[in-house]
Design a protein around this ligand. Structure first.
Ligand SMILES: Cc1cc2nc3c(=O)[nH]c(=O)nc-3n(C[C@H](O)[C@H](O)[C@H](O)COP(=O)(O)O)c2cc1C
Ligand code: SF4
Length: 305
């Protein structure tokens, strides 16, 4: 793997017409005008690709970036940059408001190309220092989702057995780990009820019958949680545009963060930490209108000028 800040930018000086656009958008001082040509002058780079995206004569290449990431196999997309203000805002807002967490999936497989395209859409998200610390583990069929479901259920069954012991909760509190008592207070009863129902009826209360899922994990990074959740947000929206329902599964994240063996069984390396699990599939739900939200706290901070 190329170290994060390594400069991989190359300028084709034969092509360069000296407009300076690449220098202006470079956030890292990697490029500068030398005479009438752009040149690589810095010894560090964010590898953000702004320079290559800005160049009017295609004279810039950033070696660590791959054109494969903006080529989709289940639909075609226009890779020309859309200037601010040129997308239909009302349509975008409608899409955002229409995405719902799906709790009823159809028993219909999701084509693998769709899942692979969703990953490419996810990585269009911003990331802290552009380190793109995410990994994506695709669970492309119901059998794979059920394997994860079983691991999560086993994790919570174990946790419930521990949390049910008052002396253990007290002991953990004494050694400065009040989490077990908090879990007992907030989740024990509901987990017990869902586990019993699952054992009795086989009802999938966790993945809601989803035929596919994606696990997003991070490697070491400045803002790994934010990066992965931003990628997840792009995936949720795009899934809706594709005709897919989606649902973030927080219980699966907790289980995979705390049960290394379950994460390893999915193929995750020890340096990967799970940040999001998204259930995906064709939704068996319809709505009449978008949902309202609670009024948020919004404050205006103003200064007299
Ligand atoms: C971090 C996070 C974890 C979530 N975990 C679950 C979950 O385990 N199961 C579930 O059915 N929904 C889960 N959800 C979905 C929320 O309940 C849902 O987003 C919320 O009720 C608002 O509904 P909407 O997504 O349809 O707008 C989760 C959402 C987030 C953001
Ligand atoms: S944007 Fe392209 S043409 Fe303009 S200075 Fe940079 S490399 Fe040269």
């Amino acid at each position: 793997m190329i170290p994060e800040r390594t400069v991989t930018t190359r300028i084709d000086t034969e092509r360069c017409i000296g407009c300076g656009l690449c220098v202006r958008v470079c956030p890292a001082g990697t490029l500068a005008m030398v005479g009438d040509k752009a040149r690589v002058v810095g010894d560090q780079s964010l590898n953000c690709g702004h320079c290559a995206a800005a160049c009017p004569v295609d004279a810039v290449r950033v070696g660590s970036l791959s054109a494969e990431t903006i080529r989709f196999s289940s639909f075609s997309s226009d890779s020309r940059w859309l200037p601010p203000g040129q997308f239909d805002l009302a349509q975008l807002v409608r899409l955002m408001g229409s995405r719902r967490s799906c709790r009823n999936f159809k028993d219909k497989p999701v084509p693998l190309e769709r899942l692979e395209d969703l990953v490419k859409i996810g990585i269009s998200a911003p990331s802290g220092t552009n380190c793109q610390p995410w990994t994506f583990t695709l669970l492309p069929n119901r059998a794979a989702v059920m394997e994860l479901m079983n691991a999560v259920a086993a994790f919570f069954a174990r946790l419930n057995r521990q949390a049910a012991r008052p002396w253990l909760r007290a002991l953990m509190r004494l050694v400065g780990k009040p989490q077990l008592a908090a879990y007992y207070r907030d989740y024990y009863a509901v987990a017990e009820e869902k586990l019993a129902d699952w054992r009795a009826t086989g009802r999938d209360w966790l993945f809601h019958g989803a035929p596919a899922a994606v696990v997003i994990a991070s490697r070491r990074a400045s803002c790994p949680v934010e990066d992965c959740l931003l990628a997840a947000g792009q995936i949720l929206l795009a899934a809706h545009a594709m005709g897919l329902g989606s649902c973030l599964i927080g219980f699966a994240v907790s289980a995979l963060q705390n049960d290394r063996a379950a994460a390893a069984r999915l193929g995750l390396a020890p340096d990967e930490t799970v940040r999001a699990v998204i259930a995906l599939g064709y939704p068996a739900e319809t709505y009449q209108r978008v949902a309202e939200r609670k009024l948020p706290l919004v404050r205006h901070f103003t200064l007299e000028s």
